[in-house]
Design a protein around this ligand. Structure first.
Ligand SMILES: Cc1cc2nc3c(=O)[nH]c(=O)nc-3n(C[C@H](O)[C@H](O)[C@H](O)COP(=O)(O)OP(=O)(O)OC[C@H]3O[C@@H](n4cnc5c(N)ncnc54)[C@H](O)[C@@H]3O)c2cc1C
Length: 389
């Protein structure tokens, strides 16, 4: 079998890349280890930046997002027993973020790809990439009992943080920059009415986050020890923890409901540089991981593949690889801004095991400054809405 661009992974990065390439008349082929039902139901991101919305709208895949997504004008920082609103919409002159679940974006992109005859091989097994240091890269895999070799011009490694593409690059060809945080997030999905607010709460018992997926489906998190386990948290204990961390003198409260999912998410920052080796390009979580505090991962994945699609279009139009050679440097500028922002938000809002009272005073001072200074609030808003420069 042969294609122009072999894409490993049908997450937001891989699917959006296939969509952008199709619009430019470039053929691609997607391999995905999971089933269609599984990728279309895994709950992950929800905060979608304006630039992602704009790209989806400009390329004709934002119909449902624009109808069913919920625009959010800002976020609340909750500390000192009160909510403090950061009005992102006002500060950014009308730019804001949209709430629309990642798995709904996946459904929209899978449908768009299949509607134009795109090839996605779900439940592919034993996927291997090779020869990307030549002009004839290969992807081999098993599908429905058959061993298949796919010849291609380029490989896009869009296979997320646990994928295989990154690990096949010779270790001497890249540098890894990473940081592991000394806590995780305990996440729940609950059938409960929306609190109508996106709240980042700093509390002496630890960080908590209130967010919505739909008016009746809430995604909420609190920080836990990285060695904690879901089994330690019966529903009553979870709700008691949320109420304790979100209590306050302002009397603000929220409604609990039926918990339909519980998980623990590790907190890590990670970047590989460069994001390309020969004719293989890494995009999205395969190349960088961001703690979810800044809500950036999906948005960066989409920004990466826009650069990659532009570089590939230039190559197929001219035969020249100059644009592709700048792929990493174009992506990394925005990635490092997002890495810094997410690290900054994480550092300001969480309790660290080795914190002393001095550091906690500094965190509170930073929160008060951010909530009361136009310059500080503007900086948060600019990064939250997505800084592309
Ligand atoms: C709790 C949480 C909340 C988040 N909130 C936000 C948010 O609000 N906003 C935001 O922007 N981001 C958020 N993120 C991050 C976001 O979900 C990820 O950054 C995003 O999924 C990255 O997309 P991707 O396509 O690069 O990778 P993935 O979504 O991980 O997709 C990779 C795909 O590759 C497949 N795959 C893996 N290995 C192979 C293989 N060997 N062969 C073939 N296929 C393979 C996987 O099955 C998967 O389908 C959040 C993440 C978490 C965990």
């Amino acid at each position: 079998m042969r294609t122009q661009v072999a894409i490993v992974g049908a997450g937001p990065a891989g699917l959006m890349l296939a969509h952008l390439l199709h619009l430019q008349g470039i053929e691609s082929f997607i391999l995905e280890t999971r089933s269609r039902a599984s990728i279309e139901s895994t709950v992950r991101a929800g905060v979608i930046e304006q630039s992602t919305v704009d790209l989806m709208a400009a390329t004709g895949v934002a119909g449902r997002l624009l109808k069913e997504g919920c625009p959010h004008h800002g976020i609340y920082l909750r500390f000192d027993g009160k909510n403090h609103f950061i009005d992102v919409f006002e500060l950014m002159g009308g730019k804001t973020v949209m709430f629309y679940p990642q798995h709904e974006i996946i459904k929209d992109l899978v449908a768009a790809c299949l509607a134009v005859g795109g090839d996605i091989r779900f439940e592919a097994q034993n996927v291997r990439v090779s020869d990307f240091d030549t002009d004839h890269p290969k992807v081999q895999f098993q599908h429905e009992g058959q061993e298949i070799t796919l010849d291609c011009d380029f490989i896009a490694g869009c296979d997320g943080s646990q994928g295989i593409c990154r690990n096949t690059i010779p270790a001497s060809a890249y540098t890894i920059y990473d940081k592991i945080y000394p806590f995780s997030w305990f996440g729940i999905l609950a059938e409960a009415p929306s609190a109508g607010k996106l709240i980042y709460s700093y509390h002496e018992k630890g960080f908590a986050l209130v967010s919505s997926r739909t008016p009746n489906l809430q995604r909420m998190y609190f920080q836990v020890d990285p060695n904690d386990s879901v089994a330690n948290w019966p529903d009553e204990r979870i709700w008691a923890e949320f109420y304790a961390r979100l209590e306050g003198e302002d009397g603000w409260t929220f409604e609990s409901g039926k918990i339909i999912k519980k998980d623990i998410i590790g907190m890590r920052s990670y970047v590989i540089e460069p994001m390309q080796y020969g004719r293989m390009f890494l995009a999205g979580d395969a190349a960088h991981i961001i703690p979810p505090t800044g809500a950036k991962g999906l948005n960066l994945a989409i920004a990466d593949v826009k650069h990659l699609a532009d570089g590939l279009q230039h190559f197929y139009a001219t035969g020249n690889t100059a644009e592709l050679e700048t792929y990493s440097s174009k992506c990394l500028r925005r990635i490092w801004r997002a890495e810094h922002f997410s690290w900054w938000m994480t550092s300001m809002l969480h309790r660290f095991p080795d914190d002393n009272k001095f550091q906690q005073k500094l965190q509170l001072s930073q929160l008060r400054y951010t909530a009361s200074s136009h310059a500080a609030a503007y900086s948060l808003a600019e990064n939250y809405a997505g800084f592309e420069g």
